[in-house]
Design a protein around this ligand. Structure first.
Ligand code: HEM
Length: 260
């Protein structure tokens, strides 16, 4: 659990860094370019499977551990007053915060990743714009001799754009998929913003105990470092969720600045 937990924290760091591009008010140009890179790079595709495996192992071990803990003490403590000394609220509720966060995560992946990969088009743009803003083209682009130069579900590259320009088709509007548009449209709705902010509080609670406990469970216990790791864990548990939460908040409050 410790190893997969730390691996998931490293994913969180990369995801936070990538998503921070959403703070750039450039109609999604930079963020979409990042998404294009992430969704087309073969190495990232392999890492994505690793990430998926990491989540599964983490969840299975969590379920096993919770069962073992329950089996070790089939009846709950009659007196709960002293539990706080050995195990604080965060450590006793890892199963609860983890489960709530998992429900959020499934809806998050459906809302963004699922909608981008499998959902309908969410706009129209010329091929020039599709190239500049890294929009995924959502209909076959066919030149007059019947050749398909961009297949639906793909991005247009420079050679294809040049071909389209030579045929006078580069200003032709086509159906597109715009990831920043999906994010911006979701964060226009107050209840989604609220859902994200609450989920980030839960994530913070989960990370606050999880980070330092991960080092202990992999056997890294040293009096010299445990204070530092505990502080680092708390720092991560506050800063990561706070920056994540700022994204829906800013998109909601500043729709003029953050549109796509
Ligand atoms: C509130 C801020 C967040 C925003 C705006 C956001 C945005 C996105 C977007 C746009 C995608 C699809 C594009 C991509 O794959 O990069 C995505 C995918 C994903 N997000 Fe988030 N995310 C947020 C928070 C989180 C958190 C806290 C987690 C926690 C683990 C998370 C986990 C994931 C996962 C697992 C995927 C699918 C990864 C993949 O592409 O393989 N996200 N997110």
């Amino acid at each position: 659990m410790g190893i997969t937990g730390l691996f998931l924290v490293s994913f969180l760091f990369v995801h936070l860094g990538g998503n921070a591009l959403l703070f750039i008010p450039d109609n999604g140009e930079t963020f979409n370019a990042f998404v294009r890179f992430m969704t087309t790079n073969p190495l990232i595709k392999v890492l994505e499977w690793g990430l998926f495996a990491g989540f599964i192992v983490h969840i299975i071990y969590a379920a096993i551990l919770t069962r073992q803990n329950a089996a070790a003490r089939p009846t709950a403590y009659a007196f709960k007053g002293n539990q706080g000394k050995s195990a604080n609220w965060f450590s006793r509720n890892m199963g609860l915060t983890g489960t709530i966060f998992l429900v959020f995560l499934l809806s998050h992946i459906t809302m963004f990743w699922g909608a981008y990969k499998f959902g309908d088009s969410n706009g129209q743009a010329t091929l020039e714009q599709a190239y500049t803003f890294s929009y995924k083209v959502k209909e076959d682009v066919i030149v007059p001799d019947g050749t398909v130069i961009v297949k639906s579900g793909h991005y247009i590259d420079f050679e294809e754009l040049t071909l389209a320009r030579n045929m006078g088709l580069s200003t032709k509007p086509v159906a597109i998929k715009n990831m920043t548009g999906i994010v911006a449209d979701s964060f226009k709705q107050w209840w989604i913003v609220l859902l994200y902010v609450c989920a980030m509080v839960v994530l913070g609670l989960h990370l606050n105990h999880g980070f330092q406990s991960a080092f202990r469970s992999v056997g890294f216990v040293h009096s010299k470092y445990s204070g530092f790791l505990s502080k680092l864990g708390t720092g991560i548990a506050v800063v990561f969720p706070a920056v994540f939460a700022l994204m829906p908040i800013l998109y909601f409050l500043l729709p003029g600045t953050y549109s796509a």
